[in-house]
Design a protein around this ligand. Sequence first.
Ligand SMILES: [Zn+2]
Ligand SMILES: [Zn+2]
Length: 140
Amino acid sequence: MNVYEYLLSYHIKPSVQRIAIMDYLLKHETHPCIDEIYMALCKEIPTLSKTTVYNTLKLFVEHGAAKMLTIDERNACFDGNTSLHAHFLCRTCGKIYDLPFRENPAEREELEEKGFVLEEIHRYYKGTCPECAKKAGERN
Ligand SMILES: [Zn+2]
Ligand SMILES: [Zn+2]
């Protein structure tokens, strides 16, 4: 599926800017923040502003075409991968890793029994990634 069709499938009208931003998200699984996306696309689309990037991402999230992560308190970042997965933030290099997420069906059942309507689950881990742990080990 191309990006144009991808946006349509989420009932989002595909404008040039929206296509460019969604395309960037789908191709960069690094969980970019608004600044990063803006810096990457502003040369290509001179009319682009940070506000447009922000509003476009908000629209994507509202329509379920992307996810917003708040794992890094200082900076919201965005994920084009909307499947259920956990995230690991390395406090040393700042990289956010995708991790498998094993949902506990009993937990969902319990919530639903209590009358909660579950829409999103976020699981965040923080610590040191294998690369940084290795480097720290070599230094000692
Ligand atoms: Zn790291
Ligand atoms: Zn992710």
